[in-house]
Design a binder for this molecule. Structure first.
Ligand code: MV4
Length: 506
């Protein structure tokens, strides 16, 4: 096993990797920007190296400085986490060329899955179902019209270099094809420096279900089953769970085998994820492969009992995976909420400030993977995800109840957060029935935001009212004027009772 590993990341994922290192007896080296000098990942690491000013482009994205730092401190391997340099083929190659171990798939596997059209070709060659469409970039509008006619509308124009929804255009009618093609090309050129665009049949109302894979350097490549990631907004996932209500044991086996075939075709090792669209008929289509550890990996850890980050380090150190596919048996249900510093009622505007009060949930089945602590500054330099709240319970229903309970315990003051928004999703009937697909959240957003105040807000209002009444007990006239409120619900009645108990304890 390695003696020292450098973690080329920050925030919750840097801490997650540091924890795995420490459990394996490995010294962990952090890198940090000027803005992160006092961040938790720096304090928890055994050593830390400054790699530049606050902007990521001048620090966490400076691969050469990070490799220099690793060599200087005598680290043997680099774990990239997610985001930043984790899927840059050149960086994986540079790490290897520097004589260090890359904790991730080979640069060649990252490259093979990097281009969406190349990944589609590779999938087709491996007998992996993809959405009907082309694999060659479109030459012109005439060719686009011919192909779209063949597949039938609606079609989706996608950037060949794409991913994450950029350079994508739905076309519902031939008359819009030419202008949409131009728009997709422009967006692709801006985002990726490559205006190649191809066509797929547009799948309406699918779920986003992905399969976690894990492979070693001795020929073992396993499926760790699915995660349901349909609850997303503008390609940002907000809630993930494992397993998926839409996946039967037969589908799980079929999707798992498919994902392993795709990964094998790319020469894949270490942890990775195959993304699928799952339509209402239970048909699934390979979309792309993420060649890194993902944000939502904890839900898989909780239902499989496998520590993905420890195994990433162990297979990178050439250990053999001791599991067989039959050993991977999902148990119970896990849900993750991404707690972000955004204001849901203001179009998810990122919020900044100092975390001046933090109360973290705990108790049975609760996991808190966080990059913040009391006193942390939340800036616009980095991703707004502050922490992940993850719960496990024996059933989906119990997991939702547990998540609601844990969110109720969570208090973050000093920045706006998505916490109340997540509480409302846990209370939502569609969500509770599992009736979700990729467009669900954006459709549901207006009603979620205007929904009745949370139970907790009712309680707070009632308690405030009770305290006011207490103070005004000797001013009945003024009280009368302020009590033209609607009939009390159970929530109000409970809160009144609690306020009364509190009062009697004073
Ligand atoms: C699609 C699709 C429907 N039909 N392809 C979005 C990002 C990129 N990874 C692929 N994406 C999609 N491809 C066809 N043929 C719908 C999406 C899509 C989506 C996919 C996964 C998760 C969220 C999404 C949100 C909007 C659209």
């Amino acid at each position: 096993m390695f003696r020292k590993v450098l973690i080329a990341n920050r925030g919750e994922i840097a801490l997650r990797v540091i924890r795995a290192c420490h459990e394996l007896g490995i010294a962990a080296v952090a890198v940090y920007s000027d803005a992160d000098a006092r961040a938790p990942h720096v304090r928890e690491a055994d050593e830390a190296v400054n790699v530049g000013p606050a902007p990521s482009a001048e620090s966490y994205l400076r691969g050469e400085r990070i490799i220099d730092a690793a060599k200087r401190v005598g680290a043997e391997a680099i774990h990239p986490g997610y985001g930043f340099l984790s899927e840059r083929e050149w960086f994986a190659r540079a790490v290897r060329d520097a004589g260090l171990v890359w904790v991730g798939p080979a640069a060649e596997a990252i490259a093979a899955m990097g281009s969406k059209t190349a990944a589609r070709q590779l999938a087709i060659g491996a007998n992996v179902p993809v959405v009907p469409g082309t694999t060659e970039p479109l030459r012109d509008a005439k060719e686009a019209r011919e192909i779209a006619k063949r597949f039938g509308y609606p079609v989706l124009l996608k950037a060949a270099a794409g991913g994450g929804g950029k350079g994508m255009r739905v076309v519902r009618d031939e008359k819009d094809l030419e202008s949409s093609l131009e728009a997709a090309r422009r967006e692709a050129k801006n985002a990726f420096g490559d205006d190649a665009v191809y066509v797929e049949k547009y799948i309406v109302g699918p779920r986003h279900v992905e399969i976690q894979v894990l492979g070693d350097h001795h020929g073992t490549l396993l499926s760790l089953n699915e995660r349901e990631c349909s609850v997303q907004r503008r390609h940002q996932k907000m809630i993930e769970e494992a397993p998926s209500v839409a996946v039967t044991p037969e589908m799980r086996r079929a999707m798992g085998e498919t994902a392993v075939r795709a990964a094998r075709a790319a020469g894949y090792t270490n942890a990775g994820t195959c993304e699928f669209l799952l339509d209402a008929d239970g048909k699934f289509y390979f979309l792309e492969m993420n060649t890194r550890l993902q944000v939502e990996h904890p839900v898989t850890e909780l239902v499989t009992g496998i520590d993905l980050v420890q195994w990433q380090l162990r297979v990178a150190a050439n250990e053999k995976l001791p599991f067989k596919q039959e050993d991977i048996v999902p148990r119970g249900w896990a849900i993750e909420c991404r707690i972000t510093s955004e204001d849901p009622s203001n179009n998810f505007l990122p919020s900044t400030g100092k975390v001046d009060y933090l109360h973290v949930p705990s108790g049975p089945g609760v996991r808190w993977d966080s990059g913040i602590e009391h006193g942390s500054d939340v800036t616009l330099f980095y991703d707004p995800m502050l922490a992940k709240l993850i719960v496990w319970a024996p059933t989906r229903e119990a997991a939702i109840t547990r998540m609601h309970r844990a969110l109720s315990e969570l208090t973050i003051q000093g920045v706006d957060t998505s916490r109340d928004f997540h509480l409302r999703v846990m209370e939502d009937d569609d969500f509770r029935r599992g009736a979700i697909e990729i467009q669900w959240l954006e459709r549901r957003l207006p009603s979620l935001l205007s929904a009745k105040p949370t139970r907790e807000l009712c309680d707070v209002a009632a308690i405030a009212a009770a305290l006011l009444v207490d103070r005004e007990r000797h001013a009945p006239a003024r009280l009368a004027a302020s009590t033209s409120a609607p009939a009390p619900s159970d929530a109000y009645a409970d809160a009144w009772a609690r306020a009364g108990r509190l009062d009697s304890l004073r």
